[in-house]
Design a protein around this ligand. Structure first.
Ligand SMILES: Nc1ncnc2c1ncn2[C@@H]1O[C@H](COP(=O)(O)OP(=O)(O)OP(=O)(O)O)[C@@H](O)[C@H]1O
Length: 624
């Protein structure tokens, strides 16, 4: 063939700089594009062999080699696939590849980042120019008597084609890396890029570096080179049938894929062929400690080619808290994200995944309740978040939501309500901080009562959600009010009691110099409790909200607190105060009782704490 020069069918001379800039954020995807072209070329040849169209040598081993040569300034992708004839290069590279790129650019160039297409599928061969000043193709078609072809372009929309000298079937694509993309001449960068995009591709990928010093043995002699190992796993576990996979294999796949050496709790193997093709494994990770934010990672693949992490248009948001791999060849990934969001097919996939997750949780609850309870502390934030986000998920899981009680066991809401019906009907008492509220928990325990532990960030919105769904049931924090169970009979008449309360309130207000203080009096069964702070549930929720949102600049101190001091009429100290209003010790008793009640309600402010310590010391000294 004579050397042929031509013009690519691209209208704008400036197309390369535009696309380079536009794709700047992840221009490493050219690695994925060129390697997956190599995989396709090999897959096509395999198919031809199956069809009897060609025979392969007995020692034929399919592979893709990536060669980083920093001295020559090149990065090379070599496959032994189907190859191309001169005609095919003209058709596929000069026309299809470039017209594809032009089409891509005209569609997306104005949309900038906010509407990027998912993972830039469809960019193909052309993406090489994002990093290369020059691209050379050397290819030899599998067809008998084919002539090798060389094609070159410097990205200026002109190309040159001539006979090539490749002697083995397949294609080599050599990129002369441009000045501002030199990182792709670094073996480590190339390796991690291949691992990012190609770790599950179906053909073995090897990385070579001809400039690497040969390893030497202790005598300084060159060592026998180690057998090269591929960078990828060509048969990812999710392709196997679930009943053929062992627990160890699932754990191993998890470790390898997420570099997480904590064992996952359990997993769901998705394997669907109809009405759409979806395979994958979702793992429920173990939370490291309570401070770990739940941050999952769902890797999306298209026929074993990595697309992107955590695409919330395809995967329901709450599932992004899990870790997993999903491979869906049917997804229309070369469209914009906003299209995906509104696509009925994508919605079906997403609700299928949600259903599978709910089914798995239900079957675990039914068939292995012991493990389910054991996992609960790790999985509950995820389930609760799912309930808040997705009504269907809530409907499917509402009966298997557990509540950890202060007695240490796990119960469902109906179970809790049933076993506490006598003491407080339709009311769930909860603890948000076990150590801070220890005093209240103790009182509950002393009276054979139980509260549930709701101590994570998700619990407050979850409680509100439950109250809208289960309108009969009310939730109250353990220090919100006093149940009748804690009170003893009181034979004081209402009128007398009212008067007494007013008197005691006056004494306390004076002692504490606090005219706003609300005091109430009850006959508590536990005599040794002098006082408790009660804060109505609604007021506390308001306070919490204002703390959370900073209440639009509103000063927290301006929020009415509505806290009230409940005094125990049966307690000796309280009795003493009532009988000795004017005694010199009365004020100090009032202050101390108030602070003690406050301490088991919330943390004292620094100033109050200092006073409390000083006063406690003074009281002790009086005992000498
Ligand atoms: N390594 C290769 N071996 C054989 N043919 C190739 C190779 N690379 C590219 N081609 C041919 O060039 C064509 C265009 O490649 P390009 O990567 O631009 O698009 P594509 O692979 O068809 O689709 P996509 O845009 O999804 O990557 C391919 O369809 C294929 O026929």
């Amino acid at each position: 063939m004579n050397t042929e020069k031509g013009n690519l069918s691209i209208h704008s001379e400036n197309i390369f700089p535009i696309i380079k800039k536009w794709l700047y954020s992840d221009h490493d995807i050219f690695v994925r594009e060129l390697i997956s072209n190599g995989c396709d070329a090999i897959t096509k040849l395999k198919k031809l062999e199956v069809m009897g169209e060609t025979t392969l040598a007995d020692d034929n081993v399919f592979k893709i080699e990536v060669i980083v040569d920093d001295k020559a300034g090149t990065l090379t992708f070599k496959d032994n696939g189907i190859g191309m004839t001169a005609e095919e290069v003209k058709q596929y590279i000069n026309q299809i590849a470039f017209s594809g790129a032009e089409d891509f650019l005209s569609k997306y160039k104005d949309k900038a980042n906010e509407d990027q297409i998912i993972g830039h599928f469809g960019l193909g061969f052309y993406s090489a120019f994002m990093v290369a000043d020059q691209v050379q193709i050397d290819t030899l078609s599998f067809s008998e008597g084919a002539q090798a072809v060389r094609w070159m372009s410097d990205g200026s929309s002109e190309y040159e084609m001539s006979d090539g000298d490749r002697t083995e079937r397949g294609t080599t694509i050599t990129l002369t890396i441009g000045e501002d993309s030199k990182e792709f001449l670094n073996e480590y960068t190339v390796r991690s890029t291949i691992q990012k995009y190609c770790s599950l591709m179906p053909i073995d990928i090897f990385l070579m570096n001809p400039n690497k010093e040969e390893p030497k043995d202790e005598n300084g002699e060159p060592k026998e080179p180690a057998e090269p190992t591929p960078l990828n796993d060509t048969h990812p576990l999710y392709l196997k049938k679930p009943n053929e996979c062992t627990d160890e294999e699932y754990k191993e796949f998890y470790r390898k894929t997420f570099m997480d050496f904590k064992e996952p709790l359990f997993w769901i193997h998705l394997n669907m062929d109809y009405p759409f093709n979806l395979k994958g494994i979702l793992y429920f990770p173990k939370l490291g400690n309570q401070f770990d934010t739940m941050e999952g990672q769902i890797k999306l693949y298209n026929n074993q080619v990595f697309v992107a992490d955590n695409i919330k248009e395809v995967i329901p948001e709450f599932l992004l808290l899990l870790k997993g791999v999903l491979d869906c060849p049917d997804l229309p990934l070369n469209v914009s994200r906003s299209f995906l969001q509104n696509d009925g097919f994508v919605k079906k996939i997403s609700s299928y995944i949600t259903k599978k997750v709910a089914d798995k949780l239900n079957s675990l609850y039914k068939n292995d309740k012991e493990s389910y309870e054991k996992f609960w502390d790790d999985i509950h934030p995820f389930i609760k978040f799912g309930c808040l986000k997705d009504d269907k998920f809530f409907d499917k899981t509402k009966d298997i939501i557990l509540y950890k009680t202060t007695t240490g066991d796990y119960v469902t809401l109906p179970e809790y309500l049933e076993r506490n019906r006598e003491k407080h009907e339709n009311k769930v008492y909860y603890v948000t901080d076990e150590s801070l509220q220890a005093q209240y928990v103790k009182i509950f325990k002393d009276h054979d009562m139980e509260a549930v532990i709701m101590n994570t960030t998700i619990d407050q919105p979850f409680i509100s959600h439950m109250e809208t769904k289960e309108t009969e049931t009310k939730f109250a924090r353990i220090d919100a009010d006093l149940t009748d169970t804690l009170k003893d009979e009181d034979d004081t008449s209402e009128e007398d009691n009212k008067q007494l309360v007013e008197e005691v309130q006056e004494i306390f207000r004076k002692a504490l110099s606090n005219e706003q203080l609300n005091v109430s009096l009850e006959n508590l069964k536990a005599e040794d409790i002098s006082g408790m702070i009660l804060l109505p549930e609604e007021s506390r929720r308001m306070q919490d909200m204002s703390k959370m949102y900073g209440m639009f600049g509103m000063d927290n101190a301006m929020m009415p607190t509505n806290e009230s001091l409940l005094l125990n009429k049966k307690n000796k100290l309280v009795k003493y105060i009532i009988d000795n209003k004017d005694h010199e010790n009365t004020a100090i008793f009032c202050e101390q009782i108030y602070d003690l009640a406050m301490i088991s309600h919330k943390q004292l402010a620094p100033e109050a704490m200092t006073k409390f310590i000083e006063r406690s010391n003074k009281i002790l000294q009086k005992l000498i």
